[in-house]
Design a protein around this ligand. Structure first.
Ligand code: HEC
Ligand code: HEC
Length: 193
């Protein structure tokens, strides 16, 4: 509210009536400017916080899980909700294996999920899941088609530089090399690796 008023004041540049002009001391204007920049700074931090990579402090306090990256505290709820909602029919796939856009489309279209209809997910839960998934997946290149199968995902390939797959990968086949996928652990491998 205040910020809006200040901004429109600044934009308008309308001369104030003579009787009010006297009241506006430079000190007040300066204070308003400082306040504005503080508010802007705060807003910027929020915006960066949701897109940027996990900060070091959060990483230090986060426990190591079996996934590719350490999950900072603020993404834990999203991760938990993701595991609850996306691991009942198949194992939960780590966000790293698909581009962000794939996940976005999957979350937007729960009604048509590979021929299945998923239970609706409440909006706050969906948003928390989204912030977790977005943080741990990477964007598509420009004009790159959105993959809906792991076999088409560049990121899945990139995570398996040394593996030659003899059969097409599906959520059901991960366990043949990652014995602890039921615990969402994609780091452990069977002894042959
Ligand atoms: C009601 C059961 C069900 C639930 C719950 C479910 N899925 Fe699926 N999912 C499926 C089926 C069925 C397939 C297709 C399997 C196949 O064709 O091999 C699939 C396939 C997938 C694939 C493609 C895997 C591949 O073959 O490359 C992804 C990615 C995926 N699901 C993500 C999710 C996400 C994210 C959620 C949570 C929002 C979720 N699933 C929840 C049933 C489900
Ligand atoms: C044929 C064996 C095999 C199968 C099947 C397989 N993986 Fe892997 N995976 C590996 C190996 C080996 C590595 C280690 C990287 C390397 O050596 O290429 C790996 C690494 C990973 C990593 C990176 C883990 C880390 O330490 O950062 C993820 C994530 C992953 N796999 C996910 C999956 C998912 C999801 C599936 C099923 C859709 C799957 N993998 C199926 C063999 C396999």
């Amino acid at each position: 509210m205040l910020l809006k008023r200040v901004n429109s004041r600044i934009r308008q540049r309308r001369p104030l009536p003579a009787n009010r002009r006297r009241q506006k001391s430079p000190v007040i204007i300066l204070l308003l400017l400082i306040l504005t920049s503080l508010c802007l700074g705060w807003g910027m931090e929020l915006a960066l916080g949701s897109n940027g990579k996990p900060d070091l402090r959060a990483q230090a306090s986060a426990a190591v899980t079996g996934t590719v990256d350490i999950v900072p505290e603020r993404y834990r709820l999203g991760q938990q909700l993701y595991l609850e909602n996306c691991s009942s029919c198949h194992i939960a796939l780590p966000p790293e294996v698909m581009p962000t856009e794939t996940w976005r489309q999957l979350l937007l279209d729960l009604n048509q999920h590979y021929g299945k209809r998923l239970e609706p997910i409440l909006r706050p839960s969906l948003l928390a899941m989204w912030s977790y998934i977005r943080q741990f997946s990477r964007p598509l290149k420009e004009k790159e088609a959105t993959p809906y199968r792991l076999t088409q995902s560049r990121y899945f390939k990139a995570l398996h530089p040394q593996v030659k797959f003899s059969q097409p990968v599906r959520p059901a086949t991960c366990v043949s090399c990652h014995p602890n996928v039921a615990q969402y652990d994609y780091r452990s491998l069977t002894t042959e690796w």
